[in-house]
Design a binder for this molecule. Structure first.
Ligand SMILES: Cc1cc2nc3c(=O)[nH]c(=O)nc-3n(C[C@H](O)[C@H](O)[C@H](O)COP(=O)(O)O)c2cc1C
Length: 367
């Protein structure tokens, strides 16, 4: 297996990375009261030392009272949390890595198993976190404007701290995705609408504000998914035309890279072509894309949440698609939880040394 193509550098605006391996954002809940600790900084530094080219942080929430359902998820606001992030990016840079925070508002959530709840109700386009299930408030125009401003502030802070890029979390059924989906967006104002294109309005305004705050030269990523955790096989865009109508306004608003989240990267997005989500997104928009989903592992990440282990698996199919030009970057999640040196081992062909993934890695920050 020749993996050389994965180890060519990639540059886009402010982003200069030594290879095509991206550590996927993974919530770890090791930041008490929202403040990343020394251990969190050491954990990311280890992945940079192990040659993950670009590290995307775990989702880190913007400055809205109910943007999180978990007291241990990091904030991206407030002096203490931002000082924690400053340490993270300094250590990653010292190790020769590049990094962007994944800025996040969860929207309407189920209550967390810990029992912790924010001091105000969850908020979203229509108070729903899945069809028929209300667990929060419908956002007012003032809530929406303040939330857009908070995304912009988080991005501006990321740039000021020295991060190389920012990823806006627009996937997996959280706030921005709740606006995209008519199952959770029943608004009749400008933020709602019958078509997916109309329901991009909130996401578009977030991107425009972020772009305004970071300037033209700062590389901006958005993460998107067709699936929802409450609807694994759901497709927001049913065909390429609808996907184009979804992605084009987001690209026009100012994103540079589309991070196309799938459970299994090899699954074709639509009938009649073997292109996956990242392949279609690149073909339809001409933008750089990141693929992700079970790269180098036998099982998918929903299985991981159900307590399943995964074994290392071949990268041949990934390389076939990559070398064909379907996508520019490759997101790797669980392998990097268990093994900080995953990228290095792939580059050196040390396949016997790969560790796979075991659920124990979820319970600690493996160093
Ligand atoms: C423990 C864990 C936490 C995750 N947290 C996030 C998150 O905060 N934001 C996000 O966009 N995706 C999150 N994901 C999804 C991953 O980024 C990735 O898309 C998924 O694990 C598939 O990649 P993999 O098969 O290489 O693990 C998480 C996944 C795991 C396993």
């Amino acid at each position: 297996m020749n993996t050389d193509s994965l180890f060519k550098p990639f540059s886009l605006k402010t982003l200069n990375i030594k290879n095509r391996i991206v550590m996927a954002p993974m919530t770890r809940s090791f930041s008490p009261n929202g403040v990343p600790t020394d251990d969190v900084a050491a954990y990311y530094k280890k992945r940079a030392e192990g040659e993950a080219g670009l590290i995307l942080s775990e989702g880190t929430v913007i400055n809205r009272v109910s943007s999180s359902n978990d007291a241990n998820v990091p904030h991206f606001y407030g002096a203490d949390a931002l000082a924690g992030w400053q340490q993270v990016i300094n250590e990653v840079h010292t190790a020769g890595g590049a990094m962007g925070p994944q800025i996040w508002h969860m929207g309407v959530m189920d209550n967390h198993a810990s029992g912790w709840v924010p001091s105000q109700p969850f908020e979203g386009p229509s108070g729903l976190n899945r069809p028929g299930n209300t667990n929060g408030n419908t956002m007012t125009d003032a809530d929406i404007a303040d939330t857009i401003a908070a995304f912009g502030q988080a991005a501006a802070d990321a740039k000021a701290l020295g991060f190389d890029t920012v990823e806006i979390h627009g996937a997996h059924g959280y706030l921005i995705d709740q606006f995209f989906w008519d199952g959770t967006n029943q608004r009749t104002d400008v933020y709602g609408g019958k078509t997916l294109a109309e329901r991009t309005r909130f996401g578009v305004e977030v991107i425009k504000e972020v772009r305004k705050r970071v300037g033209e030269d700062f590389a901006l990523i958005i993460r998107l998914s067709q699936f929802k955790p409450s609807a694994y096989d759901f497709k927001l865009a049913k065909d390429p035309q609808e996907m184009e109508a979804w992605l084009t306004p987001l690209v026009d608003a100012g994103v540079d890279i589309l991070h196309c989240s799938q459970r299994r990267f090899w699954e074709p997005e639509f009938e009649g072509s073997d292109l996956n989500f990242a392949g279609w997104a690149k073909k339809l928009t001409g933008k750089a894309t990141i693929t992700v989903g079970s790269v180098g592992l036998s099982g998918d990440f929903f299985g991981a949440f159900a307590g399943e282990s995964s074994q290392p698996s071949s990268l041949d199919e990934l390389l076939r698609r990559f070398d064909r030009g379907d996508f520019d970057l490759v997101g790797v999640g669980r392998p990097l939880l268990s093994d900080p040196a995953w990228a290095q081992k792939i580059r050196n062909g040390e396949t016997d040394e790969l560790k796979g993934f075991t659920p124990q890695a979820l319970g600690e920050l493996v160093m």
